[in-house]
Structures are given as structure tokens and as C-alpha cells.
Design a protein around this ligand. Structure first.
Ligand code: N01
Length: 527
């Protein structure tokens, strides 16, 4: 039984954490070690964060375990996974195991969406309000909102008119009781990681699956494997090393780029490496590749061509091949977050699956019966899936009216560009910390690893503040201007600028931009 929300009202705390996913749970764990009075406010009804909300069919982690888990021995010593890339249900079971070990829920106020937080200068405390009138006062406020807590629904004309029998559902707000799609016509808008997973899953039972694609996903093979308890037990003595190691790499997992640059290797060496990485599967294809594939356009194009040819082998129809794996790349490999797929490309060979390229045949409107495209056709649907992603990274934070010492909100502060220091906090907002904040490694570092590295830094900062009886901490304006310049400079050396991706906050029209705006020629990658 979750504690009732009234139990949390009018709390006076040392630390209030928003969000009970990987980062919120870890932050609470660290606060308890420091004997701080800490609580979590969580909008959902259970632990898990993104894994609570994203319960759409086929949702699955795309980082292998045991990298994708807490590093705490008391959790991993008696937990065993059944698959290298576990599905959402198994991850929910993992969070139940975490609860058994850490007894987290007694400090979580569930079903409590924080709407406002104001810094009270006279007492150096945050006053936090949630829906339903719950309030708390706290010396420190830590947002553990992940990067995808605010779903993005594009402004498609007449969306509210849809009357299909199974309704319209965003992947991150999927009905918990499920949707029976047997014999139904399903339409999916969006082919990011969520789109890929739901398409490859639902196309097996739907009577008809229509996928509305704007940008093809450069998805790589997952190479799922079953795991048994015996094998994991044999590997567990290595976990402490593995968990230390993942904190030292670029992306928070045991991947290291190849020591050579692409063109320093012979053609035979390149082919052998690419074939090997392809066989291994996962994000190795990018993060264990030659060390300049994300910065050298020519090298990136070669890596793309290898991917394209492998994918094309699996698609029977020539027109579909060109739509799913275009001959000329539309952006650099790795500029958008790729996905891992199991049989995504194969399902397009099924007679019940159709791909609509919305670049050449755009969505004009939603009708009561489905989607009308520019060619005048009405695609009749029973279920409309919006796999359209998130107002990523900043959206969850700016969704809360967080008001600092200047009397302005973070949303106002960031309207002309994001300013933070290290992605952990910003000037004018004392004692406020972000985990997975903008301008931190959020987009490319795997969630559990960053939750712990950033969580340790925040906990240590709070410990120093508390033991030295210090009232408040915030970055200087100079520090955040310097950090922004640093982030911009680093981003400008990368091919990341060749795509309008959520990495750069560019997937939501009107968002404050986080990286240099690309020129048209950068955006049109291969022209
Ligand atoms: O969202 P996305 P996501 N008309 O933003 C399209 C993580 N994740 O939920 O690319 C037509 O990637 C949009 O098109 P385009 C992972 O980090 C992990 O899939 O902008 N289409 C795109 O295809 C991931 O990166 C897993 O041209 C429109 C799609 O919608 C992140 O979450 C699983 C449109 C949105 O893709 C987000 O992934 C799921 C419009 N008006 C998610 N507007 C794992 O495997 C948008 N689109 C662990």
C-alpha cells in the first residue's frame, strides 16, 4: 500500500526530490545515508519513472544489462534478468525488487504532480506545490524528471475528431489495462525508438498496420539473448569492476571507441571491424566504431553505407528499401538517437504493413475514421498511436513553474537559450539541482549511470553544505555563460548538427535551442 498523499502535506524537509525513477530513487538512497529528511513527489502511482509511464506494447530497454541497472550490491546480488535487453514488464518487476531491498515507497508521495516551486529568500527554502493542494518546504530541491517526462503531441489538424474504436494514445501514456488490437487497423505516427518498438510488436496481431514516417530510423540490430541464472552468477564477481568501468566511458556503458580513426585503418581492417560490430549488435556499431565516426563526415558516410546495405538486404520491395534505408543519408549516423530493432525491417515485408512517407505525402488532417493524406486518401484506422516523442530534457522542468530569486521562472530564463552550469543547476535558482538536466550528458549517457554519477555529486554537495552549515549555493552567471560556450563549441565539432533531433531540443517547434543552429547545408546532409 502506498502511503496516502495527506501524510506528506506541509512537510518541512532537507531535500525534496521530484520523480521516482532511477535517479529519484538513487537520490533518496543517498540522502538517507546522510540522515537527511528527504521525500519524493511522484506523478505516477508506482516506482519506475519512464518505465512506469511507457507501458506500450514492445517497450524494451536498448542498453544491455547488467549495465542498465543500479550498481548497489544489495540490489544486484539477488536479482537475475531473463533477457540481455529486458522488456518493460521485467523492468517493473526489477523496481518491485528494488522496493523490497530499499523500502523506498514509504518516502514517496505518489499520484502527486508538482506544479510550482518558489524560492523563499528570507528563509532560503523552496516552497513546493503539487496538484491536489499538497505542499512542502525544503532546503534543497532536486528534479529527477528524466529527459522524457513530457510527451510531445504535434499540432495535427483535427486530432480531437478521431473516433476509432481503440482511440488515440501517445506511447508514453498508454492505457495500463492495454488495448486489444486483434483484427484492428492501427496507424502509427513517428518512427523513433518508441515507433520502432510498437510497430514491430503490433504488426504481428493488427489486421492492418500503417506507419507514417517522416524520418527513417537508422536502427541497428539488437541481437537479443536469453540469460540464465547460472551464467549471471558466474559473472557477478565482475559486477563491481564493470560498474566502476561504466562511469569512466563516454556514454556510461562499457563501450570504448576504437583507438584508430577510420581512414587510418586499411579497407580490410574497416570491413572486419564493421562486420564484427554488426554481429555483436547493440550500440557497439556506433560507440565501439572508429573514434572519428561522429565527427568525420566521410567516415560517417561509409559507416552509413554499410548499415544501409545490411538493412536493404532484408527488405523485398525496392521502393520500401529506398524509404527505410535511403541510398543517400538524410543525416549523419548518430546525429539522431538510433534505436535497436529485432525484426523492424522484416515486418515491412508483411502484406498487412504499409509505410506512408509523410515527406512526399503529408498528413493533412485527422478525420473521425483515420488519417487523410495529401493524395486525398483516407487511411481508415481503429487505433491511432502517437509515437511522437517528448518535449525532451527541458520540457519536464519548464512544465513546473519554478521561480527563483529574480522572480522569474526557469521557462522565462531559458526562453532565448538554455543556461546552466554543468547541467546541474543555474544562476538565480539557489539550492536547486537537476539530474539529467540540459547541457549535461543526458542525451548520450545511459540513464542509470548518469543518475548515479550526478546523484553522487549532488549528495556530496548537500553533505558539504549541511556539515558546514551553509545556507545556499548556486552557480555564478559567468560560470553558466562559460559552460554554454563550452557546450556549443563541443557540439559544433560533431555531426550531431546535421539533424533536427531531440538531442538538441529541435524536435519541438519553438523550444529554446540548446546547440548551435545548423545551416541549411548542414541539415541537408548529403547535398
Ligand atoms: O521519440 P522520438 P521516441 N509528423 O522523438 C515523429 C528513448 N526511448 O519516443 O524524426 C510526423 O525519437 C518524428 O519524426 P522526425 C530514446 O532515447 C528509448 O521514439 O522528427 N512525424 C520521430 O520519428 C529515444 O530517442 C527506448 O522527422 C512526427 C518520432 O515522431 C527517446 O526516448 C524506447 C511528427 C518521434 O521520435 C525518444 O524516443 C523508446 C509529425 N508532426 C524511447 N512529429 C528504448 O528502447 C514528430 N514526428 C529504451
Amino acid at each position: 500500500m502506498n502511503p496516502p498523499p495527506e501524510a506528506f502535506s506541509d512537510y518541512d524537509l532537507d531535500v525534496l526530490i521530484i520523480g521516482a525513477g532511477f535517479s529519484g530513487i538513487y537520490q533518496l538512497y543517498k540522502c538517507r545515508l546522510l540522515n537527511l529528511r528527504a521525500k519524493i513527489f511522484e506523478a505516477g502511482s508506482d516506482l519506475g519513472g519512464v518505465w512506469y509511464w511507457n507501458c506500450y506494447p514492445g517497450a524494451r530497454v536498448d542498453v544491455p544489462v547488467p549495465s542498465y541497472e543500479f550498481t548497489l550490491r544489495e540490489i544486484w546480488e539477488d536479482w537475475w534478468w531473463t533477457e540481455r535487453y529486458p522488456g518493460q514488464e521485467e523492468i517493473r518487476a526489477y523496481f518491485a525488487h528494488v522496493e523490497k531491498k530499499l523500502d523506498i515507497k514509504k518516502d514517496v508521495c505518489f499520484d502527486t504532480r508538482v506544479t510550482e516551486a518558489c524560492f523563499d529568500e528570507s528563509h532560503n527554502r523552496w516552497t513546493v506545490h503539487a496538484e491536489d493542494g499538497i505542499t512542502a518546504r525544503s532546503k534543497f530541491l532536486v528534479t529527477c524528471l528524466g529527459f522524457g517526462s513530457k510527451p510531445y503531441i504535434p499540432d495535427i489538424p483535427n486530432l480531437s475528431l478521431f473516433r476509432g474504436s481503440c482511440g488515440v494514445h501517445h506511447t508514453a501514456r498508454w492505457p495500463r489495462e492495454g488495448v486489444d488490437i486483434k483484427g484492428k487497423r492501427v496507424g502509427v505516427i513517428g518512427t523513433g525508438a518508441s515507433g520502432v518498438q510498437i510497430v514491430q510488436t503490433l504488426s504481428k496481431t493488427a489486421q492492418k498496420m500503417t506507419v507514417f514516417q517522416r524520418t527513417p530510423n537508422l536502427a541497428m540490430p539488437m541481437r537479443q539473448t536469453r540469460l540464465d541464472r547460472e551464467t549471471q552468477d558466474k559473472e557477478k564477481h565482475l559486477y563491481p569492476i564493470l560498474h566502476r568501468r561504466k562511469r569512466q566511458t563516454a556514454v556510461g556503458i562499457h563501450y570504448d571507441f576504437h583507438p584508430k580513426k577510420f581512414y587510418d585503418a586499411s579497407p580490410e581492417e574497416r570491413l572486419l571491424l564493421l562486420e564484427g560490430l554488426w554481429k555483436t549488435g547493440g550500440f557497439s556499431y556506433i560507440f565501439e566504431n572508429f573514434n572519428d565516426v561522429l565527427t568525420n563526415r566521410a567516415a560517417n558516410e561509409e559507416v552509413y553505407a554499410f548499415w544501409r546495405d545490411k538493412v536493404r538486404e532484408r527488405i523485398k520491395d525496392a521502393e520500401l528499401r529506398e524509404k527505410l534505408a535511403p541510398n543517400i543519408p538524410i543525416h549523419a549516423m548518430g546525429a539522431k538517437r538510433s534505436s535497436l530493432e529485432m525484426d523492424y525491417y522484416d515486418v515491412y515485408n508483411q502484406s498487412n504493413v504499409e509505410l506512408v512517407d509523410v515527406n512526399s505525402n503529408s498528413i493533412v488532417e485527422i478525420t473521425p475514421n483515420g488519417i487523410r493524406t495529401e493524395d486525398g486518401r483516407e487511411h481508415e484506422l481503429d487505433l491511432l498511436v502517437l509515437a511522437t516523442g517528448f518535449d525532451s530534457v527541458t520540457g519536464g522542468i519548464t512544465n513546473i513553474n519554478i521561480v527563483g530569486t529574480d522572480g522569474i521562472s526557469i521557462k522565462e530564463k531559458w526562453k532565448d537559450g538554455i543556461h546552466t552550469y554543468l547541467g546541474l543547476g543555474c544562476a538565480g535558482f539557489p539550492n536547486l539541482f537537476f539530474v539529467h538536466g540540459p547541457q549535461s550528458p543526458t542525451a548520450v549517457c545511459i540513464g542509470p549511470t548518469c543518475s548515479e554519477t550526478e546523484g553522487d555529486w549532488i549528495a556530496e554537495c548537500i553533505r558539504v553544505m549541511t556539515t558546514n552549515n551553509l545556507a545556499r549555493i548556486e552557480p555564478t552567471r559567468e560560470a553558466e555563460i562559460g559552460w554554454r560556450e563550452e557546450v556549443m563549441k563541443e557540439a559544433s565539432t560533431r555531426l550531431i548538427n546535421t539533424a533536427k533531433s531531440w538531442y538538441r531540443g529541435a524536435n519541438v517547434p519553438g523550444n529554446p535551442f540548446n546547440h548551435p543552429e545548423p545551416s541549411e547545408s548542414e541539415l541537408i546532409f548529403a547535398m
